[in-house]
Design a protein around this ligand. Structure first.
Ligand code: CAA
Length: 283
């Protein structure tokens, strides 16, 4: 099964990065969103990030231009259906994702592989609501997509081998490394990363350290590229909370209890960089 054309649903933080790397690797990409403004914003961000890579000599100007030309923007799900692989990268809410798949199904070609970039939601459950659970799986990129080397590939209970190997091949063509994960809450990266971030928020909540001392401790004491609170702001505090809730509900263990301070920030609308306020103030 050769993948040539890929549909990406959602032009936000993850979706634009996914479209960027796919186009750079030579895939034709249909980038879809319900908002034209989001699509235009994604296109100019991809342009800016490709130009940054070209100015650093990582890619040529011609490669950057060709990549941009391979991305078609569309608000119609029918355009996404006419592809070989769909990567859904919409908001991390199960109802939103399920509604998208439901609307997409009538437009899909029989052979199209359906995937979700979900960072924590059950692949088996998402797949069960489609007409192709055997051709459904998790395709989880890390943020920022053009920089991070890993893609988690998650098999649902029904995912077949040709589907898994087709996705593995795509990851290899992107020049990235795939890690295979079983379908349990938050898979591998977020199962380990989010409790650490949550613990950093507890460390702040209990007054053990300040935002600055917590982040500096982990950067200089554990060689992390970003402190955990800075990273939480980067990922989005709403996403961090949603993942902690998936772990807490799915594994029924109090060790995954979201820190009340994290909940409070989300309730305040302080979601990190995207709202210009989180543990840091970006205004
Ligand atoms: N597109 C293209 N290139 C980009 C980019 C983007 N969006 N963002 C950064 N870069 C490039 C820069 O151009 C730079 O390239 P060079 O090395 O060639 O100079 C390189 O990345 C480093 O960027 P900066 O110099 O601007 O900044 P930095 O050195 O502080 O690194 C960082 C930034 C790569 C984000 C680094 O801080 C980092 O690795 N942070 C941790 C990120 C992380 O943990 N991500 C995973 C989050 S968890 C997740 O995603 C899973 C989930 O489901 C929530």
């Amino acid at each position: 099964m050769e993948i040539q054309k890929v549909g990406v649903i959602g032009a936000g933080q993850m979706g634009n990065g996914i479209a960027h790397v796919l186009a750079l690797a030579g895939y034709e990409v249909v980038l879809n969103d319900v908002s034209q403004q989001a699509l235009d914003g994604a296109q100019s961000l991809i342009h800016k990030n490709l130009a940054r890579q070209a100015s650093k000599g990582k890619i040529s100007e011609a490669e950057a231009e060709a990549a941009l030309a391979r991305i078609t923007l569309s608000m119609k799900l029918a355009d996404v259906g006419a592809t070989d692989l769909v990567i859904e990268a919409a908001t991390e809410r199960e109802t939103v994702k399920q509604a998208i798949f439901e609307d997409l199904l009538p437009h899909l070609r029989p052979h199209t592989i359906l995937t979700s970039n979900t960072s924590s939601i059950s692949i088996t459950r998402l797949a069960s609501r489609t007409d192709r659970p055997e051709r459904f799986m998790g395709f989880h990129f890390m943020n920022p997509v053009p920089v991070m080397q890993l893609v988690e590939l998650i098999r649902g209970i029904a995912t077949d081998e040709p589907t898994f190997s087709a996705c593995q091949e795509v990851v290899a063509r992107l020049g990235k490394t795939s890690a295979s994960a079983e379908d349990f809450p938050a898979f591998i990266v977020n199962r380990i990363l989010m409790p650490m971030i949550n613990e950093a928020v507890y460390t702040l909540y209990e007054g053990v350290g300040s935002v600055k001392s917590i982040d500096e401790s982990m950067k200089l004491g554990a060689n992390h590229p970003m402190g955990p609170l800075e990273l939480a702001d980067f990922i989005g505090l709403d996403t961090c909370l949603a993942i902690m809730n998936v772990l807490h509900d799915g594994l029924a263990d109090t060790k995954y209890r979201p820190c009340p301070l994290l909940t409070k920030y989300v309730e305040a609308g302080w979601l990190g960089r995207k709202t210009e306020r989180g543990f840091y103030d970006y205004r």
